[in-house]
Write a protein that binds this ligand. Structure first.
Ligand code: PMP
Length: 430
């Protein structure tokens, strides 16, 4: 069992200067027993090394962006080369044009793109643009989907807010919250009822086309097509939040994977190759509402910064190579099969949702298809599982609502080692 003495001491120090000791609440271990979060010192490939000298197999992947593993040489070189030519210009660059072309080739619904700095900004702006285009105010979102921390979407939010018991954040004005309608994911009847009830007040429907924020949950066959149809019949736009899903399951978005196009798309995470990024885009006639062409304002000192553009291009160059996603699928299946076998062997009440290289273990025996079912996953069992893993060298997110992410650097040996550690945890800790 690992010793985490230095991490514990650093928590006391951090608590005195950084609010709550963390710069993003989901990094705290509050939901899994108040322990001190492990402080990492170095990351390489599929591994983390902490300040106490322990090594972990990393399935956090920084909550999704690190799909090519830590310190991929191609991305490292791209950043180093760009940094020698200047970090930030505040002018147009050729890099941003090249990168926009590359993304557009992969996701053709993006007739025009804008780069921003985070997923939060990307989603926030798509909602503003939808409002500007439709002249309407309300947004329909799905319970447990997380779309960043802007006022507009901190209602029934999954991920970190659910983990910490604040799916409806304090500090969001009532008037703003009233413009957000939430319905259960995968329930087309409830969606139809909501959209027909609010009718011409609904500017947009915002959805994670494949959910990543109450674990990995796929839409039922036809669900997204029916959402599109009902939204468009109502004169509302459809926004896909692909902050987690873009380039996660294939070279392209979940929209390519599922073959359904939204009107607007928000992205982040993977497209920055590990650097701060967000992007949004979509149909030209809608995007034309954004300044300087139109009246909806969005700007950013750091937007399209050269380091993120260079890292993003390099990341996509790694991902577009043949075989990348097939290998993620192969290892993902190996991990899922191994976990399923262990769940059976030790009689654990658990189910797994997996798509390509992303999976979630829910400590419930039902197959999870919506947020209510994800909530049924036993938090106490998850805490024991998490703590058992982190003390033996596996790093996953400290929340039952998050996914495990594989990277291109994970190997069969890593999966075998992971499964033997999981077996120890199942045997001794649960
Ligand atoms: N949308 C989704 C689907 C996300 O998963 C996240 C972050 N987990 C965001 C938006 C917000 O992105 P960021 O943390 O980069 O602001």
């Amino acid at each position: 069992m690992f010793s985490h003495g230095k991490s514990k001491a650093l928590k006391d120090e951090a608590d005195k200067v950084i609010l709550g000791g963390v710069n993003s609440p989901s990094r705290s271990y509050k939901a899994v027993g108040e322990g001190a979060p492990v402080v990492m010192e170095r990351a390489e490939g599929a591994y983390f090394y902490d300040v106490d000298g322990n090594r972990y197999i990393d399935y956090l992947a920084a909550y999704g962006p690190i799909i090519t593993g830590h310190g991929h040489p191609r991305i490292h070189e791209a950043i180093a080369e760009q940094s020698s030519k200047g970090i930030l210009y505040g002018t147009p660059t050729t890099l941003e044009i090249d990168f926009a072309k590359k993304i557009q080739e992969a996701i053709p619904s993006l007739e025009r793109v804008r780069f921003v700095n985070s997923g939060t900004e990307a989603v926030m702006t798509t909602i503003r643009v939808a409002r500007a285009y439709t002249g309407r105010n309300k947004t329909i979102k799905f319970e447990g989907c997380y779309h960043g921390h802007s006022d507009l979407v901190l209602v029934a939010a999954g991920s970190g807010p659910s983990q910490l018991g604040t799916p409806d954040s304090a500090g969001v004005p009532q008037g703003v919250a009233e413009d957000v309608i939430t319905v259960p994911f995968n329930n087309i009847e409830d969606f139809r009822t909501a959209i027909s009830h609010f009718g011409d007040e609904v500017a947009a429907v915002l959805v994670e086309p494949i959910v990543g924020n109450f674990g990995i949950v796929e839409p039922f066959d036809g669900f997204l097509e029916e959402v599109n149809q009902a939204a468009h019949d109502n004169g509302s736009l459809v926004i896909y939040d692909e902050v987690i899903t873009a380039f996660r399951f294939m070279y392209g978005g979940a929209q390519n994977f599922l073959n359904v196009d939204p009107d607007l798309t928000a992205m982040g995470k993977i497209i920055g190759g590990g650097t701060p990024i967000g992007a949004y885009g979509g149909r030209l006639d809608i995007m034309e509402n954004v300044a300087p062409l139109g009246p909806a304002y969005q700007a950013g000192t750091m937007a399209g910064n050269p380091l993120s553009m260079a890292a993003g291009i390099a990341c996509l160059e790694v991902l577009e190579k043949p075989g990348v996603y097939e290998e993620l699928e192969r290892l993902g299946k190996m991990l899922e099969d191994g976990l399923t076998e262990l769940i059976g062997k030790y009689g654990i009440k658990a189910s797994i949702n997996r798509l390509v290289g992303a999976l979630t273990i829910y400590f419930t025996d039902r197959t999870v298809t919506d947020y209510n079912m994800a909530e049924e996953s036993d938090g106490e069992v998850f805490s024991k599982f998490f703590n058992g893993l982190i003390q033996r060298g596996i790093n996953i997110a400290p929340s039952k609502y998050e996914a495990w992410f594989l990277t291109t650097e994970h190997t069969e040996d890593d999966i075998r080692e992971t499964l033997s550690i999981v077996e120890e945890v199942f045997k001794n800790d649960l």
